[in-house]
Every structure is written in structure tokens, then in C-alpha cells.
Design a protein around this ligand. Structure first.
Ligand code: SF4
Ligand code: SF4
Ligand code: SF4
Length: 307
């Protein structure tokens, strides 16, 4: 048997869903685990940061980083993984684009503190804690702005099948080449190339089962989204919310592309679209606001404020 491949798995600010998806490969873990030498995975075993710090630079073959880097501790761990690992994988959409936690950038840090501490009825005294906690960056920046990322494995979370494919390629020493198609490529629904007459919220009406949801008026981001999930939502009746982000080139503006797609399909007056799309930022930038052009402007503005 070939020597095991060393791997370190770090976690920034995240929900642990991506590592849950890794664990969900179930019995396939029995084949994968013996081929891995786990050097660091604080989420499942009692590894300490000093263990990771003690390794020689670039002595670990693969590093995975789940989540985005909001605290000083997150940023330190991300940089440390880059320093110790030959290949660094951004694991999941938080790590690739800022993800759901990146929506915090709609507000400034003081507004976030208000919600989390000062005006939160469950927090005693309503004060922002100042001791024994890592500092918090004023804004969520993409992980790629702190370190070079070698491989992007998006998804919220990445599917177990995608993870297994990627890990198997790594173990075989082969490049991870992923198909570039959008979600529409995998969708069984028929497109009749007809314009949208009215934008609908998901609870409005019952969608025809075999026809493109977007053409029926439901906002489906499938045509702007990387289809690494193989269309798992749209083929079960739900719209695509865009959780895998844009197809390659990976850091293009997914939100802007999604809005352009809606504009192409819905030749409606802007006032009507504004009335019917209640939460445009949350709808089109749900998973990738920090890497979008709009999000970059916001990040620069906040950084200037906190200089
Ligand atoms: S990408 Fe989704 S599943 Fe993964 S850590 Fe972020 S929020 Fe959780
Ligand atoms: S827009 Fe959505 S529903 Fe329509 S074909 Fe693409 S993935 Fe399917
Ligand atoms: S269909 Fe869209 S929302 Fe559903 S898993 Fe795939 S990319 Fe994510």
C-alpha cells in the first residue's frame, strides 16, 4: 500500500456543515481514512494549534480550510495552513466566497455588535465582551485576500459525492478537474424560451413539474451557478439558490450574472421587479457577497473607516 497522504483540516468561522458532508461519505470513509495521515483536525480530535505550528513548512501535503476568516484566530489558522501545506483547498462556499456569514457585510461591525450583544435579549448586560476572545475583523474579506488558494471546492455544503471525487483524485496524485457546467446543464426541466410574465415568490402557486422554474416566474439561479451538485434541488422541485457560486473562472461576479439572467428572462418595468424581488442582495448575493464587485466596494469602504 502506498504511503498515506498527510492532511490538515482547519476551521474558521463556519457551521461545520462542510465537514459534516465529508463525514457523510459514510462507508467510503473506510477506504479513504487509511490512505490519509491526519496531522490536524481540531473538529474531531484533540489537536491543539501548537501541534500544527510545530510542523516544518510545506511538510503537510494537503490543507483544507472550512469557513471564512472573521476573527484574528481564524486569520492566523488560515495563514498557518498555507505555510504548512503544499496544496491549500478552500472547502465550501464560506471558504471560497465568504458564504452565508459574508452577508454580515451588509451591516457595519457596530450594527453586528448591536444584534449579537447590545440589543440581544439573551445576553446578560448587553455589553460587547472584551476579554478572553479573539479580535474580530471589521469586515468579512474573502480568504483569497489573505492567502493563495490552490483549489476551490464550493458548495453549501459541497456534496459528499464531490468530496469523494476530489479526495480520490488527490490520493491518486491526479489533478482535480471538475466539469464546468452550470446547474441548468443537469436540470431535467424543459425550457420553452418564453419570457417571465410575473416574478413569483416560492410560496405563490404550484409550479408545473417539468417546466423550467425560472420561465414560470420563480427566481432560479441555475444558469449562473456552478453545477457541481448535479442539480439536486431543481430536479426535486426547488429553485436553485446558487450555493455553489459561479462556474469557472471561479471568482467572477455571481450576483451580477444572476441579476443579468433575470433581466434577460423578465422584460418587466424596473419598478415591477423591485416590487416583486423583496430582498435583492440576499437573493442574488446569498453565498458570495464578499467576492462580488459590489461586495469589494463595501469591503474597501469599511477598511477605510477602520484604518
Ligand atoms: S459553506 Fe455552508 S455548510 Fe459549509 S461551513 Fe459554510 S455555511 Fe456551513
Ligand atoms: S433556470 Fe433553473 S429550473 Fe430553469 S433550467 Fe435552469 S436550473 Fe432548471
Ligand atoms: S441546485 Fe443550486 S442551491 Fe441546490 S445544491 Fe445545487 S447549487 Fe446549491
Amino acid at each position: 500500500m502506498a504511503d498515506p497522504v498527510s492532511i490538515a483540516m482547519g476551521q474558521g468561522s463556519s457551521c461545520w456543515g462542510c465537514y459534516q458532508s465529508l463525514v457523510d461519505i459514510h462507508l467510503n470513509l473506510a477506504q479513504v481514512l487509511p490512505a490519509l495521515e491526519i496531522k490536524y483536525w481540531q473538529a474531531v480530535a484533540d489537536f491543539k494549534l501548537h501541534h500544527l505550528e510545530s510542523y516544518e513548512d510545506k511538510s503537510i501535503v494537503v490543507g483544507l480550510y472550512e469557513g471564512m476568516a472573521r476573527t484574528e484566530e481564524d486569520i492566523h489558522l488560515l495563514k498557518l495552513l498555507r505555510q504548512k501545506c503544499q496544496v491549500l483547498i478552500a472547502f465550501g462556499s464560506c471558504s471560497c466566497f465568504g458564504g452565508i456569514p459574508g452577508l454580515a457585510n451588509f451591516y457595519d461591525i457596530e450594527e453586528c455588535y448591536d444584534v449579537k450583544f447590545r440589543e440581544n435579549a439573551t445576553v446578560n448586560g448587553g455589553k460587547v465582551p472584551s476579554e478572553n476572545l479573539p479580535g474580530i475583523a471589521p469586515v468579512v474579506k474573502p480568504n483569497s485576500s489573505y492567502v493563495d488558494i490552490d483549489i476551490y471546492l464550493p458548495g453549501c455544503p459541497p456534496t459528499s459525492k464531490l468530496i469523494l471525487t476530489a479526495v480520490s483524485k488527490l490520493l491518486a496524485g491526479e489533478p482535480i478537474e471538475l466539469p464546468p457546467h452550470t446547474v441548468c446543464h443537469y436540470c431535467d426541466r424543459e425550457k420553452k424560451e418564453t419570457p417571465i410574465e410575473k416574478v413569483l415568490r416560492p410560496y405563490q402557486g404550484i409550479a408545473e413539474p417539468d417546466r423550467c422554474l425560472l420561465e414560470q416566474g420563480y427566481i432560479c439561479l441555475g444558469s449562473a451557478t456552478w453545477g457541481l451538485c448535479e442539480g439536486q434541488c431543481v430536479n426535486k422541485g426547488a429553485t436553485c439558490r446558487g450555493c455553489f457560486g459561479p462556474p469557472p473562472p471561479i471568482l467572477q461576479d455571481h450576483g451580477a450574472n444572476s441579476m443579468a439572467m433575470l433581466g434577460t428572462y423578465a422584460p418587466l418595468p424596473p419598478e415591477e421587479i423591485k416590487e416583486q424581488v423583496k430582498d435583492p442582495l440576499g437573493t442574488f448575493y446569498r453565498f458570495d457577497y464578499p467576492t462580488s464587485n459590489l461586495g469589494q466596494i463595501r469591503i474597501k469602504r469599511e477598511e477605510v473607516k477602520h484604518r
